[in-house]
Structure formats: structure tokens, C-alpha cells
Design a protein around this ligand. Structure first.
Ligand SMILES: [Zn+2]
Length: 72
């Protein structure tokens, strides 16, 4: 079923929050927000991250490096 395969592949590159298809990189987000276990673009991912509790953020700290200085 090639049609289904194409559809799944395309879905994987759409941000679950803003539905942007132009984002080249989507990040897997897990947290107690509406977008738990969703692929989000960088902008939306940060937005959701801010909604997490401090405890949840610390759990993410193991996966997300702190300010590198090269960002922005
Ligand atoms: Zn987005």
C-alpha cells in the first residue's frame, strides 16, 4: 500500500501544534501538556517546554543540553 506509506511519512514532518510543514526538524515532545507525545517544531516545542513544571523540566535536562551560547 504505497499510498498509506507516503501519508505516514508526510505526517511525521508536520508539527502537531502549528501544522507547519516547512520545518525541517521536529522534536519529540513528552510532557503533561496537550501535546504530550507529539512531534513539534522548534518553536512549539519550546512553548510547550515552558508549560512544564520545574520537576518535568529537570527530567528533560538529561536530554536537552543547557544554553550552548550558539543559539539565536
Ligand atoms: Zn509548530
Amino acid at each position: 500500500m504505497p499510498r498509506l506509506a507516503v501519508r505516514i511519512k508526510k505526517l511525521a514532518f508536520i508539527c502537531a501544534k502549528c501544522f507547519s510543514e516547512k520545518e525541517e526538524k521536529l522534536a519529540w515532545f513528552v510532557g503533561s501538556t496537550l501535546f504530550n507525545e507529539s512531534f513539534l517544531c522548534r518553536t512549539c516545542w519550546k512553548g510547550q517546554f515552558k508549560q512544564l513544571t520545574e520537576r518535568e523540566r529537570k527530567e528533560w535536562a538529561f536530554y536537552v543540553p543547557k544554553k550552548s551560547g550558539k543559539d539565536c
